[in-house]
Design a protein around this ligand. Structure first.
Ligand code: C2E
Ligand code: CA
Ligand code: CA
Length: 656
């Protein structure tokens, strides 16, 4: 099921090497010499037969033997040239063939000189030049032929030496012409053929490489996003045509970014490769793993049984594999992955519908149960429909008119005063009615719309704050997505500056989620906020990792203890202990601490005894509209409007 070609990608280095000269010579001269061996064999056999059938005085036994040896040599060389030979071996074979002709012709002349036979010697000069594969052998052969020609003439008819000198010169000229012109023409044509072959090989190698790049992820060698969608489409076709259901698993690593940030990109790459290997192992031959990008992976598996328990087992196997330790060079690291599972058995769904559902299961797994598998079901479908309505409404809404900001007071138990307000966003959608901020903030983050929304809310909050007494502060919630974007941070700080309000009066609340996705960027953003003169409060402290590292490494000046602990403090002793511990932690680290969600006198009483100073909750005041802030302050003590020993406002409940 996996795409092929993963380990055999031709690289530039493995492309065919340039054609060496030796190869050209082999290709050009091997068939030439094979043919010549046959022709020379034919010549010697004919010579031998005529000498035997029509003997003459010149048919000395020495000549018959020499011709026989030459014929046998031609047979041997023909056999030798049956397989491919190197240029040097061809040089030797060609040299021997020419030598057999040379020896026979000269032996004949030595024994029985005939002037007309000198023509053979002259003819041999250009013939050898055409046959021999190297310049070196051509020069030697030409020199030997000329020398023997002139020696025979000098010995037998010295008067004609000058004439034969000219004939020898013509022979040499013919040899040069043949070796230069013909040899080059033959070699050029061979080179052109080899170049064409090589070009084709390069083109094929590049096509394979391009195909591989288009289909596979280069880091992990898994099929990439494109291949994944092709396979998904094919599976969907099979479901529609033959009713074959399948399972889609989307996998997202938990805490991959911190690994990358802490141990470096090489370690991050190693982790991704390990995940790829583990998914490949789970996939076996029947499923296709893929890397969709970043730390997102997928698995498309056949589903002979779509029973939820069986499908969840696949998810649990993925979970188990991903939570095994990772060997990242010199580090060993823990990890886990969230898995969203979907049984694809409805032929009416499109790839988009399938991805949306599996993505929602993954989102739920990530949000609620990191490191666990979640199978898409009816409840999730209902939730998804609702959130997709929110997404749609959010995309077409008018931020200015539909969004408002409410303000919830924060109270100082020692000074018995309201010290500031937290800005809380509200959305009154004409289509959907009132939408909870827990829902629309997440939707805006998902849809990438949080930046403009933050801007509108901050501007509204700052505008309302202009009428407040100077001593009051504003706490404004920033989304993790705001912190992750340097541009968003710039415009947040710019907006505060443009309002003309002193930066010390505006505090930003951030949650640990921002630190978990990219600690370095979160640190940069928080430093930037702090350098601009704002204080930073760590919101919902206690529900996340509550890491001391964040508190020590970041200029955080306040903790906000999550309302869930206060709510259960009286009934649940561990919640009580958590509140007590977090209070002493803030004192030890010399940090401010706001306890959220104080609803009853009893809670307030215990918090006082624990030494809590700042509280926020319905007992003090519910979130109220901007217009209600000043009348509310009039009823309570605020710095600058001193009524020193007013009762704690918690005793009078104020409506939102
Ligand atoms: P949060 O920052 O923890 O805000 C406090 C939430 O607790 C608010 O819910 C508030 O109405 C609620 N609350 C306050 N006192 C009590 C109490 O005594 N009992 C109970 N049960 N609840 C109390 P809300 O307004 O629904 O906001 C929910 C979350 O939405 C906020 O939690 C915050 O994370 C987010 N949010 C709200 N406004 C904004 C905003 O302008 N920007 C961003 N990024 N997030 C916002
Ligand atoms: Ca908050
Ligand atoms: Ca909070």
């Amino acid at each position: 099921m996996r795409l092929t070609g993963s380990n055999t990608i031709p690289s530039a280095a493995s492309l065919p090497a340039p054609t060496p000269r030796g190869r050209e010579i082999t290709i050009a001269y091997l068939p030439l010499l094979r043919g010549t061996a046959v022709a020379i064999l034919g010549y010697f056999l004919f010579d031998l037969v005529t000498r035997l059938l029509f003997p003459s005085e010149s048919d000395h036994v020495v000549m018959v033997s020499a011709v026989s040896v030459a014929a046998l040599l031609a047979i041997g060389i023909r056999r030798y040239l049956r397989q491919s030979r190197t240029a040097a071996e061809l040089e030797v074979a060609g040299g021997l063939l020419c030598l057999s002709l040379f020896v026979n012709s000269n032996l004949q002349q030595l024994l029985y000189f005939q002037v007309e036979n000198l023509a053979y010697t002259v003819l041999m000069i250009p013939i050898f030049a055409a046959l021999l594969p190297s310049r070196r052998t051509i020069i030697i052969a030409t020199a030997m032929n000329c020398a023997s020609l002139l020696a025979l003439v000098q010995y037998n008819m010295p008067a004609s030496l000058v004439d034969y000198l000219w004939i020898a010169c013509s022979g040499v000229a013919a040899a040069i012409a043949l070796s230069l012109v013909m040899r080059r023409a033959v070699l050029d044509s061979v080179r052109a053929r080899l170049d064409a072959v090589r070009d084709r090989e390069i083109a094929e190698a590049l096509a394979t490489e391009t195909r591989h790049l288009a289909e596979c992820d280069t880091l992990t060698n898994l099929p990439n996003r494109r291949s994944f969608f092709i396979e998904l489409e094919a599976r969907l076709e099979r479901l529609r045509g033959h009713g074959d259901p399948f399972v889609l698993a989307l996998v997202d690593l938990d805490g991959f970014k911190p690994v990358n940030d802490t141990y470096g990109h090489a370690a991050g790459d190693e982790m991704l490769k390990t995940v790829a290997q583990r998914l490949t192992m789970i996939a076996g031959d029947t499923a296709m793993p893929a890397r969709l990008g970043g730390d997102e992976f997928a698995l498309i598996a056949s589903a002979p049984c779509t029973h939820s328990e069986t499908v969840l087992q696949l998810g649990h196997r993925i979970e188990a594999q991903l939570s095994r330790p990772y060997e990242l060079g010199e580090y060993t690291c823990k990890g886990s992955g969230s898995v969203g599972l979907l049984v694809c058995d409805d032929p009416a769904l499109s790839t988009h519908d399938i991805m949306e559902r599996a993505d929602h299961a993954l989102y739920f797994a990530k949000r609620a149960l990191q490191g666990k598998a979640v199978l898409f079901n009816a409840a999730l479908e209902h939730e998804m429909m609702a959130s997709s309505q929110v997404d749609k409404a959010l995309r077409r809404c008018n931020y200015e008119t539909e969004f408002t900001v409410k303000f919830q007071p924060q109270y100082d138990l020692i000074k018995s005063r309201i010290i500031g307000f937290e800005a809380l966003a509200r959305w009154e959608s004409p289509e959907l009615g009132t939408v909870s901020p827990d829902v629309f903030i997440q939707a805006a983050e998902r849809a990438g719309l949080i930046r403009p929304l933050t801007q509108v809310l901050l501007t509204k909050a700052l505008t309302a704050m202009k009428d407040w007494p100077d001593a009051l502060t504003l706490s404004f919630n920033l989304s993790a997505h705001d912190l992750m974007s340097p541009q968003a941070m710039d415009s947040v700080l710019e907006t505060v500056k443009a309002s003309g309000l002193p930066t010390r009066r505006i505090e930003f609340e951030i949650t640990e989620t921002a630190m978990m996705s990219d600690f370095n960027q979160a640190r940069r953003a928080i430093n930037q906020i702090s350098e601009a003169g704002h204080s930073v409060a760590l919101d919902d402290f206690g529900v996340g990792y509550s890491s001391l590292q964040y508190l020590q490494q970041l200029p955080v000046s306040k903790l906000k203890i999550d309302r869930s602990f206060v709510g259960q403090m009286l009934e649940d002793s561990s919640s009580f202990k958590i509140v007590r511990t977090m209070l002493s932690l803030s004192q030890t680290l010399d940090l401010g601490c706001v306890i959220e969600g104080v609803e009853t006198e009893a809670q307030m009483h215990i918090l006082r005894t624990l030494g809590a100073r700042h509280v926020q909750g319905y007992l003090i005041g519910e979130p109220m509209s901007a217009d209600a802030v000043l009348p509310h302050l009039d009823q309570h003590t605020v710095p600058g409007k001193a009524r020193p020993d007013i009762r704690p406002p918690g005793l009078r409940k104020v409506g939102a």
